[in-house]
Design a protein around this ligand. Structure first.
Ligand SMILES: [Zn+2]
Length: 98
């Protein structure tokens, strides 16, 4: 588990075996698709869950995706996906790792 500051808020980044189960356990709505990660916005902190079953590259792109959700919680999923898709090769090639 890592603790980082993003946008002035503390974030806990956790790898979990079953993202959906962990989201459910915390009382959040998990949606219908398969989940690789989740961004749970709480009062003072943000919890980002990443599936432990992913490889490093998948974990990194999922982490980037969830951080985008954290920074801009009102952004539509398709816009988050576009930012992830466009930004990820750039940051991965410069050493961003989960
Ligand atoms: Zn998303």
């Amino acid at each position: 588990m890592a603790r980082v500051q993003i946008g002035g808020r503390p974030h806990r980044i956790l790898e979990v075996n079953d993202v959906r189960a962990e989201v459910d356990k915390r009382g959040y709505e998990a949606g219908s698709k398969g989940l690789y990660g989740a961004c749970l916005l709480k009062q003072d902190t943000v919890e980002i869950l990443i599936s432990a079953k992913l490889n490093d590259r998948q974990k990194a792109t999922t982490l980037l995706h969830e951080v985008i959700h954290s920074i801009m919680p009102d952004l539509e999923e398709n816009d988050v996906l576009k930012l992830e898709r466009e930004l990820f090769p750039f940051v991965w090639n410069r050493g961003f790792r989960p």
